[in-house]
Design a protein. Structure first.
Length: 381
């Protein structure tokens, strides 16, 4: 079967029955893009798997935060805020009052105790005891006077007996009376000692004294609690946050503010537990801020296992994930713009050789390779 094409159509392919048909130009790049898509489909999984398998050997990094280990100031008990002398963002000195609280119950208890102490007698039952002591002393004095009289009388009767003027029976009765006076004196002295001992016991442990001591101790505890309601700065620093205002009621343990100590900042990095042997004390790393600035930092403490990440770093699935908390101290000064409490950053070990432990160790001079390569060390050299 012969097939003949219209020669008019071959000469004018863009016309049909005398009308011009605007055909689109043929697209000849489709095959090239198909090849690119196929190559990407093959290479992307290979690259992703390779990166996942080798990233631990090529890069050791961890999220971190900059911190001064701030102190959260809390209310010691349910109270009312009377005054907030310092404003948030203000620098304070050690001993400056930060918050003044007041508890009406403590004030009422202090007033009541002072009134009760004022009504207690100064000596109480001691007055009766002292009266008994005075009576016992008077008896001792009377017994001594009686003994002196009987002794003098017995001496005279002895003289009369030697002269033969007194019968022996009268002399015997006189000596019996003197012996009785001596017994009375011994008994009076013993009674005086007992009364003095009882008086001492009453002074030290009498009911009124015990009551006064108990009330005094209670008053001292209340005074200490009232003094603790004036919260002062434990050290120099910055009052970063203040959550309360005068007149506000607060509960026991409720945060009142945050005091950032005026000390050098630390970097707390959070590594995976599998790096426990690679983050030894003395290793040097780079701390990278979000704006690209970086500083050198040294690990200053052994890693500690923790399950609580800072809120700045915690993700939705990091609630109970075990991490190694590593503390680092910057080896370079951090400018004021980056010295922000809780600022997130990234910690990186600068060299892959650090993964095998031959980088970051101190030499005999006590310096590390990173410190020797720092600009400051080169300038000193």
């Amino acid at each position: 079967m012969d097939i003949r094409f219209d020669p008019e159509k071959s000469r004018h392919p863009d016309q049909q029955s005398g009308l011009k048909v605007p055909y689109a130009k043929a697209r000849r790049g489709g095959g090239r893009w198909r090849w690119i898509g196929l190559m990407a489909l093959v290479l992307v999984p290979v690259v992703a798997f390779s990166w996942y398998a080798l990233r631990d050997r090529l890069l050791l990094s961890a999220p971190a935060v900059l911190t001064h280990e701030p102190l959260v100031i809390t209310s010691p008990r349910d109270a009312r805020v009377v005054d907030v002398p310092q404003r948030a963002g203000q620098r304070v000195k050690q001993g400056n009052t930060l918050f003044v609280l007041e508890d009406g119950e403590l004030e009422a208890d202090r007033t009541a105790l002072k009134e009760i102490l004022a009504t207690l007698p100064a000596k109480g039952a001691q007055q009766e005891s002292e009266s008994l002591v005075d009576t016992a002393r008077q008896r001792v004095d009377d017994a001594e006077a009686s003994l002196r009289f009987q002794s003098g009388l017995a001496d005279k009767f002895d003289d009369f007996r030697r002269q033969g003027e007194v019968p022996l029976t009268d002399l015997a009765s006189i000596h019996v009376a003197r012996a009785s006076a001596q017994d009375q004196l011994s008994g009076a002295r013993e009674n005086l000692l007992l009364q003095l001992r009882e008086n001492t016991r009453s002074e030290l442990a009498g009911p009124v004294v015990q009551r006064r001591q108990d009330l005094t101790r209670q008053l001292a505890r209340i005074e200490a609690s009232i003094a603790a309601m004036s919260l002062m700065a434990a050290q120099d620093g910055l009052l970063a946050k203040s959550y309360v205002q005068p007149g506000q009621q607060v509960s026991a343990g409720e945060p009142l503010g945050v005091l950032v100590p005026a000390n050098a900042p630390e970097l707390h990095a959070y590594f995976s537990p599998k790096y426990v042997g690679k983050v030894a004390v003395g290793r040097v790393a780079e701390a990278h801020f979000a704006d690209g600035r970086s500083v050198l930092a040294r690990i200053v403490a052994p890693p500690e296992l923790t399950q609580k990440l800072p809120s700045q770093l915690a993700g939705p699935f990091d609630a109970n994930q075990a991490m190694l908390e590593v503390r680092l101290r910057p080896l370079e000064a951090i400018d004021v713009r980056h010295d922000v409490e809780g600022l997130p950053l990234e910690i990186r070990l600068r060299s892959p050789s650090a993964l095998w432990g031959d980088w970051g160790d101190e030499d005999e001079a006590g310096t590390t390779a990173a410190e020797r390569s720092s600009p400051e060390a080169k300038a000193e050299a």
